[in-house]
Design a protein around this ligand. Structure first.
Ligand SMILES: N[C@@H](CCC(=O)N[C@@H](CS)C(=O)NCC(=O)O)C(=O)O
Length: 197
């Protein structure tokens, strides 16, 4: 008997990093529900009014998207969410083939994207995440912008002469690279209501 398909709900926000798991779930054509979140006065809340920010914090205490619920389990943090989604379609090798350098490179890029580059975005748009001292916010923003510029250069170099970020097919990194390509101009003009509190 085929294993039961878990009930999946992705909490996501337009223009935010939750686009990556959203694209990946869509790519593997698995049934899931998506709850659109929006910025409210104290943090993310459901756009249709069905969840206040306090309700959302009861699901994910950090109050961040992406958040994925799998039946009664809550999965947070981008690498874990993407790894879980990849496990739903093992034949697609979305984390790279096990035991190959491709798997190592996907892991390396995921760690860099969520550990280094994501912090660059936080520094640029939400310097208050790092300090309440508004006098140094501008220099934190400047440092964030440098991290982002270097990050885009690294991504462009990675993609030079190859169709896929890693190996010969879609991996979990593909959806993040596509998402970033989509926000590049916004990063440069700083005109997008992207994310972060
Ligand atoms: N460490 C978390 C960070 C997630 C994160 O920072 N999410 C942003 C959106 S990109 C967020 O939800 N910000 C809260 C807000 O927009 O109010 C992860 O990797 O999943």
């Amino acid at each position: 008997m085929a294993p039961a398909i878990p009930r999946l709900t992705l909490y996501r926000k337009d223009g935010a990093c939750s686009l990556a798991p959203h694209a990946l779930l869509t790519h593997i054509s698995i049934p899931f529900s998506a709850i659109a979140m929006q910025s409210g006065p104290v943090g993310l809340e459901a756009a249709d009014g069905s969840l206040s920010h306090a309700d959302f914090r009861r699901i994910n205490p950090t109050g961040y998207v992406p958040t994925l619920t799998v039946d009664s389990e809550v999965v947070t943090e981008m690498p874990a969410i993407l790894a879980y989604i990849a496990s739903l379609a093992p034949e697609r090798n979305l984390l790279g083939k096990e035991g190959t350098m491709g798997r190592v490179k996907v892991t390396e890029l995921l760690a860099w994207l969520s550990g280094t580059l994501h912090n660059g975005f936080a520094a640029l748009w939400r310097p208050n995440r790092f300090t309440d001292d508004v006098n140094v916010h501008e220099s934190i923003r400047k440092r964030g912008r440098e991290v982002i510029d270097k990050g885009f250069a690294k991504i462009e170099q990675r993609l030079r002469g190859r169709e896929w970020a890693v190996g010969e097919d879609v991996t979990v990194v593909t959806s993040i690279f596509e998402e970033l390509a989509g926000v590049k101009e916004a990063v440069i003009t700083e005109g997008l209501d992207f994310c972060f509190d």
